[in-house]
Design a protein around this ligand. Structure first.
Ligand code: HEM
Length: 196
């Protein structure tokens, strides 16, 4: 009886070579693979830098709850003297300093630090154009992109500390003295130290 199907090994090799030729014949796929490779390299490199061979840096005292204008947020890009990093997602500002291997200077997502990253995250873009200097109301995003922004917001809420709102133009900051956290996070923060 003739064997016309070939061995499973051969079938597997055929599938792999078909996949490889699909991937490497489209310039878009090649560019995407390049970007992924570069990001993986940056993430692995920042992991190596963070190996526990050196003593751990002391954690920064928690920031007191407050709202930010776009301009105020820009000051927290990790290049200040305490290295604090804040990022806004879907109108909420998070302290992401503990994720500085991602967002610190030279990190794979360093361009998000001190910025509203909502549009970039929603559109899966690492292009500077996705980071607006003016307040971004995201009104042109489609429903899938808005869903993605909300998922990122949830991910940040779980991992990082919520500090306050990103203020719309003309919006006044709330007075959080004597108030409990509200609106972004149910984690209680310890008594605040005054920072000057
Ligand atoms: C295209 C290839 C990409 C690859 C292979 C990749 C890979 C990864 C990996 C492995 C992590 C988890 C690292 C860890 O937890 O140790 C990660 C986290 C992350 N990635 Fe990517 N990524 C890619 C693209 C992007 C893009 C385009 C964006 C944004 C527009 C993005 C934003 C993020 C963010 C915000 C985190 C979370 C960091 C955190 O936990 O705070 N990634 N990525």
């Amino acid at each position: 009886m003739a064997d016309d199907t070939g061995s499973p090994d051969e079938a597997g090799r055929g599938f792999l070579s078909k996949m490889a030729s699909e991937l490497f014949t489209s310039p878009l796929n090649i560019a995407l693979l390049g970007i992924c490779g570069f990001l993986i390299y940056k993430i692995l490199a920042s992991r190596r830098r963070a190996e526990p061979s050196e003593p751990k840096e002391p954690e920064l005292p928690p920031l007191k709850k407050q709202d930010f204008t776009q301009e105020q947020l820009r000051e927290y890009d990790g290049k200040g003297k305490d290295g604090r990093i804040l990022i806004a997602v879907n109108g909420k500002v998070f302290d992401v300093t503990k994720g500085k291997r991602f967002y610190g200077p030279g990190g794979p997502y360093g361009l998000f630090s001190g910025r509203d990253a909502s549009r970039a995250l929603a559109t899966f873009s690492l292009n500077e154009d996705s980071l607006r200097d003016e307040y971004d109301d995201l009104s042109d995003l489609n429903s899938m992109q808005m869903e993605s922004v909300r998922e990122w917001e949830m991910q940040f809420t779980e991992k990082y500390v919520y500090i306050g709102k990103l203020l719309k133009p003309g919006e006044q900051p709330a007075d959080y003295t004597d108030t409990e956290d509200e609106g972004g996070d149910d984690k209680k923060q310890p008594a605040q130290k005054k920072e000057d």
